[in-house]
Design a binder for this molecule. Sequence first.
Ligand SMILES: [Zn+2]
Length: 396
Amino acid sequence: MSHLVFRGRLFDGEETMEDGMVVVDQSKGTIVSAGRSSDVERPKGAKVISHPGATIIPGLMDAHMHFFGSTKHDLMDWVTIPETMTALRGAAEMRKLLQAGFTAVRDLGSKTGAYISQAEREGLIEGPRVIAAAKSLAQTGGNDDPPALPINVSQQLSYSYYCDGPWECRKAVRLCLRDGAEVIKVYASGSFAQGRPPRPQLTVEELKAIVDEAHRAYVKVAAHAYGEIPLSSVIEAGVDSIEHGIGLTDEIADKIKKKGIYYVPTLSAFVAAKPSASAERNAFIKRHLTEDMRIAREHDLKLCCGSDYVGCEGQLHGQNYDEITSLARFFGAKKALVAATSTDAECLGLKDRGRLKSGYQADLVVVEGNPTRSAGNLAPEHVLYVVKGGKTYRSP
Ligand SMILES: [Zn+2]
């Protein structure tokens, strides 16, 4: 049996301790023990890896991203790009994600995410564990249906299944499951991707059908929601996580909290957004970065880290730690790191990951400095070690 032993400041997914130790069983790929170094038994003869000032943390997670395989931030390109290209770019992005310390991500809708996930699990490509939605679900004329294309062309090329009425919605869930989905993603509103202000999409009846069908297969539902009406609808329908979640009120936040729904505010794109000609877009973004964050803090929502990066310029995979720095601005670096590790693992349904604990999968990262004080220490250039399933993928 061979061991890897790391010693130093340790953030276990919840708490930080100055002199911690983690013992990894490389053959099983699991953590033998982790905690204060005085409480952890060091295996005889094992070499101890220690870097002054560095911090040992669980592998990072991104609960909301897309393998769009496009270099542009452009809906038409996302829809029309060939699947072969999305798969090839996706394989390269997987490696970048892993090298940046991401050991699990959730792809909330793309043409090839479910197959990229399968390839990783088969050991064909290196990368994080991918919980993929396969395609997303949207109504006809919905968020990612480019109005310029004839509907049959759009539906054939899209990374979404368009569905209308409860039974089509149920069938769309079944198609995703057939493709290998481990989560279902639904658009309960527009965004600004079509170049017009977002409006509610899909009815509560349709959303309920989607949630029921997904839950019957023991799969969670992640719902994109911009605005108070879509937020109220997805809460009533019983979704498991709310994506973007623009338009919180105290009443809505109360319901999110009571129902234990995860909140994935996907701040990075909004933080980086420049003022546009659309007053409504500017107002949405301002509300998200002020009122929404204040309410989320006050109601202590189950905060998750999801970048909504799609891989194009300004949203490159491998730079997903941007979301942790964005969260840190509003919630502090430690809570941002909790979101990107233990809370994301719960949201993704990865029960034995996201924490450095005995019996958990050995997914860990060592970074220079203290990321519970400054999230900037999570930048890829500060990553010293990346270990996933007990195997070392990066070392100095
Ligand atoms: Zn998204």
